[in-house]
Design a protein around this ligand. Sequence first.
Ligand code: PMP
Length: 402
Amino acid sequence: MTSIFQPAGRIADLGVSEILAITARAGALKREGRPVIILGTGEPDFDTPNHIKDAAIAAIRRGETKYTNLDGSPEMKRAIRDKFARENGLSFAQAEVTAGAGAKQMLYNAMMASLNDGDEVIIPTPCWTSYFDIVQIAGGVPVAVPCPGEAGFRLSAEALEAAITPRTKWLLLNSPSNPTGAAYAEEHYRPLLEVLRRHPHVWLMVDDMYEHIIYDDFRFVTPLALDPSLKDRCLTINGVSKAYAMTGWRLGYAGGPAELIAGMAVVQSQSTSCPCSVTQAASIAALDGPQEFLKDRRASFARRRDLVVDALNRIDGITCRRPEGAFYTYASCEGMLGRVSPDGTVLRNDRDFCAWLLEAANVAVVPGSAFGLSPYFRISYATSEAELTEAMSRIATACAQL
Ligand code: PMP
């Protein structure tokens, strides 16, 4: 029977993310008994620390199980303001911070609250897949600016300048980046901020989600701290998901101009209402609590990064940059294109390569096409060293057959 449902224009050409689709396919193979290793998901394999869980349990016992203030309880907002001041040198008033169900909701609220039909959002690519779709749902036009691997996957001042038009509303930056792990140091941000100063109609949205997952001697900095003159047109977004292994709790937060924050609250008031009360108690404990354990987790992620990058670079036809942060590598498979698998299939693009890796090596990775820059593939190394070692060995064996 054919469906009579016709999707709204704003979602007609959008699907659920390619990452979820690949993970679902790999999961189905696993259930059939295939020993599939999934390197697709973007969440830490660590558990949420006990002091955070305990705070949530205590909140339940105290009866904090009702609606809170719409975009965060006063205590939640206090913890967010303290965090921005302590870790980022940013000073926000209570009316300049907001909290919702994840950093994703912060992005969504901000785009819905600010974009009119046809407004443009400059998005350096490759980028997290949700950016394009959120902008599109909000009626905006995503403007992809390719940032090649040779330039460290970072946006240059020249490319930014060339992308700005009278319709540009936002520049959206993410450092460390999903999917590349590339990060902007102060010297990378400065020239971009100079361009923004020349274009006062362009606002800056910053996604600092992976702030705490950085390696070696990389120094994290958020753009507003470098140029406080942007305060009336900059939104800084963060969340507890990745740093504190809290992806399922759903809490994200943001700091920005009070009028924008109020607009975001309007959007939230007619969609999800307040973030979960118990989650807020847990998130306050995460932000206020001990941060030392992050150091051990960073060290563990750094070992996994090196394991994966070194193994990939040993494979003929694959090259991989060593990322500064996050838990992803974005490797080029250009040297694999045109090669033929034992069953006679020619690998024409990164989608073919990833499909073949799943069949031949039982390893699930995500093609660069999902993130807007090919021919690459993304590996999430937020899994055990034993599993990563096995996965890398399988990929090397499979590639040798081509
Ligand atoms: N930004 C980036 C760059 C991400 O990778 C993610 C999660 N994949 C998010 C934001 C959203 O995180 P959450 O909604 O869990 O806070």
